[in-house]
Every structure is written in structure tokens, then in C-alpha cells.
Write a protein that binds this ligand. Sequence first.
Ligand code: 3UK
Length: 512
Amino acid sequence: MRAADSLDATFNAAQWFVQRHVAEGRGARTALLTDDESVSYAQLDEEVRRLASALAAAGVQRGERVAIALPDSHAWSVAFWGTLAMGAVAVPLNTLLKPQDYRAILADCDARLLIADLALVDGAQTAPKDCVVWDAARMLEQTARSAPRAGYEQTNRDAFAFFLYSSGTTGEPKGVVHLHHDPWICARTYGEQILGVRPDDRAFSIAKLFFAYGLGNAQYFPMDVGAACILYAGRPAPANVFAQVARHRPTLFFGVPTAYAQMLAAIDAGEKADFSSVRACVSAGEALPAPIFERWKERTGLEILDGIGSTEICHIFLTNRPGGCRPGSSGQPVPGYRVRIADEAGHDVEDETIGDLLVEGDSTMALYWNKHERTKAVLEGPWIRTGDKYRRDADGYFWHAGRSDDMLKVGGIWVSPVEVEAALTAHEAVLECAVIGCEDDDGLVKPHAYVVLKSAQGAPAEGELQRFVKERLAPYKYPRWVTIVEALPKTATGKIQRFQLRAQAADDRKVR
Ligand code: 3UK
């Protein structure tokens, strides 16, 4: 399915997902539900147009980047759609990062303006010199003060709409560039044909809005049909999630495998959870182990639809369907996407043979910003290489078989072993180290560090190396296990042989 076959050349995603509902008489419907308010589509549309004016008054031009570092909230939604409404480009930022990460991203995208919760991001410390910084209060003040823009900027359907930063193999940020038509394609494909999103749905996502997964789950899928988005600013610990579900009664629930495992542990420990309002549970970000699917079904009566998506493809392109789940698999292609598995020469492999996954669909990114060579390495005409190894069974179900790089998915979020190794090596006691992924008791991958010390005398105290990494990197990247070893396995040329370590680690733990 191609946008070019269905959309006018002029198309603004904010107009489609926000203003269209007002124009078609659905303005009174609820767009956003938070702990303290309910926001209608009419109110959101007006605030979006006010912010669009405020951004223009602050000097933001069409095509320039507006970075957003806010918790999931009413303000987040106004900031995102308001930026698109005036033809500028939204750059949602992960709120768990460290100052050096923000500095790198804000410089790379050349942000003209940063809207930030200053408790999360210190704008003065991280924003480039000519970048205007608004804290959330300032944004609300500017929005209230500005007259609503008359209409939405008439952008091209192929104009840049938002960048989503993803992590590269050495931990460097990669800006994935999406166009105005991309979320529309995801809504026509996964949203419409797999979820069957309806106007009376209420969507709740554990994955935050700054992830491509969360953005579709709790913004553009519900907003495609005038349904409600439940936005929660806090930490998605099981007790908080259960409280949100009890309070807002979502019909669509989106999680990641680690969150389902934590919720199951909480339920088994006696915490009360009532998922009776939910008609579909979704999991993505990393493979959902079959035992978690089975236990969730036992406890809640609900199936979890595991699907694989990527920041580059915008949302899910392979998925299990209601009633047709094969636990442990990623299901079958979402209508509108073509999926193939290729061998090293680029030829399609036979069923049951592992190869490289390639996907074709019209929500695929335009490019990696400022990364021309990286772009060429993954895009092949309309196809994109996901970097995943897959096999297809005789019934057409796809099974994840690992990554072609060393990248790890931890709690559904990228972790670069190279970045964790660099952080560990900065510790005075560490001579060298290697980080690999090991499975925990739920079958979910977490980082495991193998460390060679400079001297046995200077051994760091228990937990010291983990604390050291947490201080330097986003906390979710720290190694859950540290093993001190005499030496690391190496090739004749001195390269660390991660596969040897993985085999070695498999003796005491199950390893990927
Ligand atoms: C891995 C999976 C097995 C896989 C995402 C839904 O995760 C998302 O995007 P990212 O860019 O990562 C993409 C990579 O993550 N992966 C994701 N889901 C699964 N592996 N089974 C799965 N179900 O390596 C993929 O290439 O962070 C997920 C929607 C939008 C997204 N961006």
C-alpha cells in the first residue's frame, strides 16, 4: 500500500489525526485522558493551533526541528501535533537519557527549540547555543497567550514530520526521519486491519510516547478514529500500571515482554489486577517468550499479540492475530507489508531456513539524518534490512532467530554492548571487558559483563561496577551480572570473540 495512491499531494498528519475530527463533527469526543483531566478533540485542536502560532512567533520556521523532552502528558501531545501543524519537525526525546546523550541529539538534529521538563533535561546544559529552551510551564503560558493559527500548514504528504532517535551499534544516536504520510500508513495497516481500532476504544501504552511503538499505540492509532489516548507520566511499575488500568479501563493495552513478566510476578505475589476492560493486549520491542504468553492467558484470560516493529518502519509489520497466535513466534505479515528472508547472496531462503529479514512498506523511514552511509547500508529501493535473523515455518509464521549485529534489546529498549564496555573500561580497576546478552529466568535478555581487572588487589566492591555504569549511562543499560575473569577469548588479531563468551556463559545460564 502506497500513500501516493490514496493521499493528495498536500497532507498534514496533525490535520488528519487532530483537526479532521473537529471538521467532521467529532470535536466533543475525548482525545486524551490523564490523571487530572479529559481533553476533547476540539480543545486539543485549538491548543495545537495556538502552539503553532507560538512556535512561529518564537522564530521556528517550517522544516526546522522542535525537540520535545516531556513525560507522557497533555503537554506532550500539544507539543508534538502543534509542531507538525505549523510544518516544523518534531523530535521526541527519550526522558531517561544522560546530559551527554541529549547534547549529542540536540546538536545532531540542530534543534531550533527545545520544550523540556527541566527536572528531566537541563536545557541550559544540553541545548546548542542558538536553541531556544522552553520548560513545560513556559510552553503552556505561550500557548495560552497566542491566538490560534487559522489552519494547518499545507505540507506535502512526503514532507519531514518527525525524527525518532534510535541507538547505533556503538551507542551513537541515529535520527530516523519519518514523513507526514508514515503514521497514516501504519493506521491503515496495523491499526485498522490488525487492531481494528474503534471510536469507543481507550488505548493505554506502557511504552512511552517517545518510542515509535508508544507513539502509534497511544497517539496516532486511537487518534485515527477519534478514540481516547490514556496518558500516564509516571513509571510503569506494575502497581502504577494496575492503578491506571483500574481507573481508565483501557480497551487496548500495549506492553513489552519485561513489563508483562513484572506484572505476572506482581499478580503472583497477590497484587490485584483487573484487565476485564481490555479487548486486546499487544507486545513488541523484543520477542515474547511463550511461557509469558501462557501465564498471562491463565491469569487474565487474554492473549498477548506479539508483533515486531522497528523505529525505521515506524510500527509493527509482522504480527500474531487475535485467535491465531503461535506463542513464541512473531506471527505473519501485516497486510500492506511484504516480508522476505534472504541468504547472504540476497536470494529468498526455503521455509525453516534462517536468513536476513527484509521488509517493504510505505511507512519506512526516508533516511537516517546526517548518516548517508548508514542509510545506504539498510535501504534497498523500497526494501529495508531490519538487522534481524528470521525463519519462516511451513504455515507462514515467522520466528525470530537473533540479530545480525551485537545489539541487545533490554526491556524492549536498545542497549549497545560497545557503549556499556566503554563505560566499564573507564573504571580505574578495569583492564578490559566484554558485554553480551544473557537470558534471565523469564527468558528475557539482559546485559552480562565479563571483566578483566588490572590487578587482583584492586578488585572493586560488590555492585561497584554496576553503580559506576548507572551513573554514566542511562540506567537501563547497566550490566545485571558481572563476572570477573582472568582473560577474554580473542582472535589472533586481538578481537574479542563474543561468540566464545556466549558459549562459555551458556554453561551456567541460558544465553542468546
Ligand atoms: C526487535 C523484536 C522480536 C527487532 C518497535 C513496535 O521495537 C521497536 O523498534 P526499535 O527500533 O527496535 C526494532 C528491533 O527490535 N524487536 C522488536 N519487536 C520484536 N524482536 N520480536 C518482537 N516482537 O530486533 C527489531 O529489529 O526499538 C516495536 C512498534 C514500533 C517499534 N519501533
